[in-house]
Design a protein around this ligand. Structure first.
Ligand code: 5GP
Ligand code: SF4
Ligand code: MG
Length: 455
């Protein structure tokens, strides 16, 4: 998912809309905005891409209000239905609460069961709703200390934007799995999942929000705090590899640059002679560029991406996915014909993309097709908010690299090693990375999320 929030700007909801548009790649199933007048909260939500989720009329109704939060949804827990689209808006006699989350709470089911047994009635199947119930039950202390107490009860990956009539609170879990950035626009503070949102609204990128931080923004200014001192940074490696937009920055380094360096690192581990290097558009062009620079093998745009391939009309299922890949990617015949080709992709999940690419390039006349993957073999599901799907679907959980090479029909297949991947991240100042989908070392206990039959 993607989240955004801004406090104290006359165009708060329009800026939120623009910011969410730039975060669309983080979630396409639904979108919403909750705005505050200073006295009450108002919200609008809808299904699908932002442009269809929110109408002009809905946006206009939020226009007068100077504070806003927004969300684009990517369903990892809870069904794909309107009731699960965020931000949530809760009303109570003590005041309103707006809430949006990126990430997954791994103890949400247990917390929810306990709350239900105690009389709570949930309105959604989203894991985020437990936050509101827990907060409502805190009876002592001021608002910030109540929020901190609730955060300490949650386990998992979470970046929250929490709106009350008179404050915007943002919080990042103590492992800092999902990205969260602080910015400023015309003197108003804003937060976003990625810095591309700041670029889109013309805001200044101040810094990355740290694991365990709680930041409160009101008309009186900004307050920095932590909900725990026991932090253990484990930033999601997939954000760098694939998920974040290439122009988004982490600690002032673009993911484009990080991906380029992953491509360079792969070059040190892939000893293959070839005539050209092709990146799979769009997310792997940077890695192919780094690979090309490191090896001196010329980079060509040998695959073209059809920019009009949407996802909404494509029903899930393997056949539909294969059709979608064929509609999305197409080889440039006279560039690849008679050539020994290295294709760089950022990841192999099911193998659908690689299988298609190898076949398509060979049909277009490529003499040899060698696959280079700028990440390690992806073997395990993610429980922290990225949908790399179930074990059964993940090809590297069933097969070793040689078997995968055979299945996709490539002349060779090389993955980046886990160690080289980490070297790249630490080279850019990482304070710690999650690599559980590659190594199975889950930094946050997942016991509570695993169903008995999956164990
Ligand atoms: P595969 O076709 O092997 O199932 O998936 C690999 C391709 O999907 C790569 O080109 C990669 O860029 C992209 N990809 C990697 N992770 C994800 C993900 O979590 N969701 C989606 N939709 N695509 C992904
Ligand atoms: Fe990211 Fe993989 Fe960790 Fe999930 S398991 S948070 S996708 S690195
Ligand atoms: Mg790709």
């Amino acid at each position: 998912c993607g989240i955004f929030g801004i406090w104290g700007h006359p165009e708060a909801s329009e800026l939120t809309y623009i910011a969410l548009h730039s975060l669309q790649h983080r979630g396409q199933e639904g979108a919403g905005i909750v705005a505050s007048s200073g006295d009450y909260l108002f919200g609008a939500r809808g299904m699908g891409l932002l442009t269809s989720a929110l109408s002009k009329e809905q946006l206009a109704s939020l226009k007068p209000f100077p504070h806003a939060i927004g969300h684009v949804r990517y369903a990892t827990t809870g069904g794909s239905e309107l009731s699960n689209v965020q931000p949530f808006l809760f009303k109570s006699h003590t005041g309103d609460l707006g809430l949006a989350q990126n990430g997954n709470l791994v103890n949400a089911m247990n917390v929810r069961r306990a709350l239900e047994d105690d009389g709570a009635i949930f309105q959604t199947t989203s894991d985020s709703e437990v936050f509101a119930h827990l907060l409502r039950r805190e009876k002592t202390g001021n608002r910030k200390s109540k929020i901190k107490k609730v955060l300490r009860q949650l386990k998992g990956a979470f970046a929250f934007v929490i709106m009350h009539e008179d404050s915007l609170t943002v919080a990042l879990d103590k492992h800092g799995v999902r990205p969260l950035m602080l910015g400023q626009k015309d003197g108003a503070y804003c937060v976003a999942s990625e810095t591309c949102a700041f670029t889109a609204i013309g805001a200044e990128y101040i810094r990355d929000i740290e694991a365990g931080e709680v930041i409160t923004i009101t008309d009186d200014g900004i307050d920095f705090d932590h909900y725990t001192e026991r932090t253990s940074p484990h930033m999601c490696s997939m954000e760098y590899i694939y998920f974040a937009r290439a122009d988004s920055e982490f600690r002032n380094t673009s993911t484009y640059r990080i991906r380029k360096e992953l491509g360079r690192a792969l070059a040190t581990e892939m000893d293959v002679e070839a005539d050209i290097v092709i990146g799979v558009p769009d997310s792997s062009l940077a890695a192919a560029n780094g690979f090309s620079e490191a090896t001196g093998i010329r980079q060509e745009q040998g695959l073209l991406k059809n920019r009009y391939v949407g996802r909404t009309f494509i029903t899930p299922g393997q056949e539909a996915r294969e059709r979608a890949v064929r509609m999305k990617l197409s080889p440039v015949r006279d560039i690849v014909e008679g050539k020994r080709v290295i294709v760089i992709d950022d990841s192999i999940v099911r193998g659908t993309t690689s299988r298609f690419i190898v076949k398509a390039l060979k049909q277009a006349g490529a003499e040899e097709v060698h696959m280079g993957v700028s990440s390690p073999p992806l073997k395990n599901p993610c429980y922290y908010g990225i949908d790399v799907s179930t074990h059964a679907e993940i090809i590297a959980s069933r097969k070793n690299p040689e078997e995968i090479r055979e299945e996709i029909g490539a002349d060779s297949l090389t993955y980046l090693s886990v160690d080289r991947m980490h070297e790249v991240y630490y080279g850019f100042g990482s304070k710690g990375q999650c690599d559980a989908c590659f190594t199975g070392n889950y930094p946050i206990d997942i016991e509570e999320t695993i169903l008995p039959q999956e164990k």
